[in-house]
Design a binder for this molecule. Structure first.
Ligand code: ZN
Length: 357
């Protein structure tokens, strides 16, 4: 039998094709839990403690390892570890996150799902964002433009001119398709515009041998000595090519403009510097999948990343007490959001693929 982890997921069987499917499938917490189990252990239970396969479900919903007898719940060691929020509410949040083109703000998530406090909604979204980027992701390749820009912070004059956050220097890289069009992008904060910072960003995100297109800034010097083909665009060279000398790197500037517009739109610019990398994770995830026709498949990928990701504790999210999320109105009480449970589903994801018609 072929490992299920190697097969492509199928719409309407492995992931919901529509909101109708979504509502029909995930009406109860046990259905959600079963789906997470199916995603986390595609070829059956694998013990996270000893790494051996094989075990059986026990009465409290956990699994008992056949080798070491350790007991593990499906959500233990994932983004959903020890959550007090019902899985139906989590799934709804994931569905909204994956299916809305520009994502969802904490405020609108709180309102839509009647989540008791702004902080809970805020932390749910940050846990999802943290799960989006994995180390060892595919590196950019082909022909890649790189530049640095400041992102984030409240724009002057916006909503009474709050000046809570400062802007963060970030490096942006984007693949340039021939003759035109953009491929995948990466955005990450950098300490400064030095060669050390910029070279490290390029090594982390771009395949060796790639043509890296930059402006004439000295921080990019020496890229040819670390395995890249370096193409420097200076203003003089742009004039010689009859290109706009003020827009040497139109690809990265387009990505930067989209990222800034997204922060101002979906999140109304109220993004804290400490969490900017997390928001950029989300932007990059959306940008790199902007041509994906299936939002249901994004939902599947999101949950797959969430069960593969280590827990993110609230304490870690608010590591700096000055950076607590600002509630838009006083919390209406902590604790469990109301459940949105409905009758159990027939679990189409459990139907073996070869029996389908
Ligand atoms: Zn074990």
């Amino acid at each position: 039998m072929v490992s299920r982890s190697l097969l492509s997921p199928v719409a309407a069987a492995h992931y919901p094709k529509s909101t109708g499917d979504f509502l029909a499938w995930f009406g109860s917490d046990v259905d959600c839990l079963d789906y997470l189990e199916w995603l986390r252990w595609p070829d059956g239970f694998v013990c996270p403690r000893c790494g051996k396969s094989g075990g059986w479900p026990i009465r409290d919903g956990r699994f008992c390892c056949a080798a070491c007898e350790a007991r593990t719940s499906v959500t233990a060691g994932t983004i959903f570890d020890r959550t007090r929020t019902p899985l139906t509410v989590w799934f709804h949040a994931c569905w909204l996150f994956a299916t809305s083109k520009d994502g969802v703000s904490a405020q609108s998530l709180q309102r839509t799902l009647e989540i008791g406090s702004y902080q809970t909604a805020w932390a749910m979204l940050h846990r999802l964002r943290a799960a989006l980027l994995r180390p060892g992701m595919d590196l950019l390749s082909g022909r890649v433009q790189v530049d640095e820009t400041y992102i984030g912070g409240d724009e002057p004059g916006l909503r009474g001119g709050r000046a809570r956050g400062k802007k963060v220097l970030t490096a942006i890289a984007v693949e340039m398709h021939e003759p035109r069009g953009l491929g995948r992008c990466r955005i990450a904060p950098i300490a400064d515009g030095s060669a050390a910072s910029l070279h490290a960003f390029i090594i982390d995100h771009i395949e060796p041998g790639t043509t890296v297109v930059t402006d004439a800034w000295q921080g990019y010097r020496g890229l040819d000595r670390i395995g890249y083909v370096h193409e420097r665009h200076s203003q003089r060279a742009a004039r010689a090519r009859e290109e706009d000398p003020d827009d040497l790197l139109p690809g990265v500037h387009r990505v930067a403009a989209l990222a800034k517009r997204w922060l101002l739109g979906t999140h109304q610019g109220s993004v804290d510097v400490a969490h900017l990398p997390n928001y950029m994770n989300e932007f990059v995830f959306r940008f790199n999948r902007r041509r994906s026709g299936s939002r249901g498949l994004l939902f599947y990928r999101l949950l797959q990343l969430a069960v593969d990701h280590d827990p993110v504790r609230y304490r870690e999210l608010i590591a700096n007490p000055e950076r607590l999320p600002t509630p838009r109105r006083p919390p209406t009480g902590r604790g469990r959001p109301p459940s949105v449970e409905r009758p159990p589903a027939n679990r189409p994801w459990r139907v073996p693929t070869d029996v389908r018609v």
